[in-house]
Design a binder for this molecule. Structure first.
Ligand SMILES: C[S@@+](CC[C@H](N)C(=O)[O-])C[C@H]1O[C@@H](n2cnc3c(N)ncnc32)[C@H](O)[C@@H]1O
Length: 218
């Protein structure tokens, strides 16, 4: 990773050392176990035929919750996250569920270690937690990893309580705002074509944005 990039990866490593998911109200269930419910496969299927995808990358895979519903439907999944600690948890979680088609990738090495020829790059509930520069770095370098008809489906957030960028003062879970214009400009800068940009209002909070894009003309 370039030295000059403003990055909060170190903050996220600390959050994972503090057992981020097991202490987070969205992921910790009443009985203390981690949330297993995920509908990412259905979300993706609203935009494309997931079963046709052989090579898939998931940015910010966490402990494997979203990969667990994607991996059984595709050829192979590479999951990117910040540390060996959380990636090890993902490998274990996925093995328990019979998914042996998963390869973990460290965020700081994704450009070197993530293979090319990808049919799909997917990310959900991640980009609002990264510095703007890290998100830009992903989007601008993804084109080099895609197959000619590869596709990208990424979720952004524009929450009312969000901020323009992530601070680096202390480990925390930021909510970085991306609006329609920001997302359109970023995809245009990547040279990819925006196929769809869907707004999903979350009452009392703001908007989720689903950006679907890729190299092929449509
Ligand atoms: C809110 S969790 C979502 C996890 C998963 N997508 C899910 O929905 O269960 C955000 C994840 O992004 C990871 N993350 C933070 N910075 C990252 C980066 N630069 N690259 C990849 N993942 C990152 C965090 O460690 C965390 O596992």
């Amino acid at each position: 990773m370039e030295q000059s990039l403003k990055s909060n990866v170190e903050m996220w490593k600390i959050l994972q050392e503090r057992d981020y998911f097991a202490t987070h109200p969205c992921y910790r269930q009443e009985d203390g176990s981690l949330l297993t419910k995920a509908s990412d496969d259905q979300i993706i299927e609203r935009f494309m035929d997931l079963a046709a995808k052989k090579r898939v990358a998931v940015i910010g895979c966490g402990y494997g919750r979203d990969v667990a519903v994607i991996a059984p439907k595709v050829g192979h999944v590479w999951g990117i996250d910040v540390s060996e600690l959380i990636l090890g948890k993902a490998v274990a979680y996925l093995r328990e569920r019979g998914c042996d088609n998963f390869t973990p990738v460290l965020a700081e090495r994704w450009k070197e270690d993530l293979p090319g020829g990808l049919d799909l790059v997917y990310s959900c509930i991640v980009f609002q937690h990264l510095t703007r520069e890290l998100v830009r770095d992903y989007i601008l370098n993804i084109p080099g990893k895609l197959a000619p008809h590869g596709e990208v489906l990424c979720q952004f957030a524009d929450m009312e309580y969000g901020t323009r960028d992530a601070g680096l003062e202390h480990p925390h879970e930021p909510s970085v705002r991306w609006n329609r214009q920001d997302i359109e400009a970023l995809v245009a800068e990547s040279g990819l074509n925006l196929y769809a940009l869907e707004r999903q209002p979350i009452e009392g909070h703001g908007d989720w944005w689903w950006a679907h894009f890729g190299p092929a003309a449509r």
